[in-house]
Design a protein around this ligand. Structure first.
Ligand code: 3PG
Length: 216
């Protein structure tokens, strides 16, 4: 399966923090019902690995990856739990080699020319741009793509339904990530219908304006 291709195909990668693994499967089903077939579970809670495992077994149609993966040890744990892709807030050479050797795609965070050059050297050209709103957002990504024309970004941090159109319309954006369609609070309070509704709304906006697929 072309996993990185699937991230781009969906266009929206929910960044999900799960505090109770018993809510994981319903969360994944709610996103899937809204048209989202990829998700990133962040390793920011003790429930993260059990959540990845539960979703991989109960909702195999959901492409599930791990986020906030900071080192090789966590990368191995995420892979053991079934994560199909790894997202890191930064670039770590050891982690990149570890993932490459195991054939698991890595999306590392890079926001400077030096970091991008290091990523390219490791064969990585789909990069997380985090936190996007702090590091200059779209103007920064556009400026960086002048010298690095082969690089595409997955911005996260500050993306919501209100600025999604701008990102969808930019060719330097490969996909976007964010927590707005699946918040900790909505998961905790079992607002799964709301998660589905927010997902549908986001997918509709993305598809209508997605420049990669002939959007406006
Ligand atoms: C991330 O981890 O990528 C971001 O925290 C997501 O940012 P958001 O909560 O602003 O969407």
């Amino acid at each position: 399966m072309d996993i990185i291709g699937k991230l781009g195909g969906c266009g929206i990668v929910p960044v999900v923090v799960i505090e109770d693994s018993n809510t994981a499967v319903e969360t994944a089903r709610a996103l899937y019902a809204g048209g989202i077939d990829v998700m990133e579970i962040t390793l920011r809670t003790p429930a993260a690995l059990a959540s990845i495992e539960a979703i991989c077994s109960a909702v195999p149609e959901m492409l599930t990856g791990a986020g906030t993966v900071l080192n090789c040890k966590q990368t191995q744990s995420a892979m053991d739990a079934g994560a199909k892709f790894i997202v890191s807030p930064g670039l770590d050479e050891k982690q990149a080699v570890f993932c490459a050797e195991r054939g698991v795609p890595l999306v590392p965070g890079c926001v400077t020319p030096t970091e991008i050059m290091a990523a390219l050297k490791l064969g990585l050209n789909i990069l997380k741009f985090f936190p996007a709103s702090v590091y200059g957002g779209l103007p920064a990504m556009k400026a960086l793509s002048a010298p690095f024309s082969g690089v595409k970004f997955i911005p996260t941090g500050g993306i919501t339904i209100s600025n999604l159109i701008d990102y969808a319309q930019s060719p330097v954006v490969y996909a976007v990530g964010g927590s707005w369609l699946c918040t900790k609070d909505d998961i905790k309070n079992a607002r799964f219908d709301k998660i589905t509704a927010l997902s549908k709304e986001a997918v509709k906006v993305w598809r209508s304006f997605d420049i990669r697929n002939g959007g406006k």
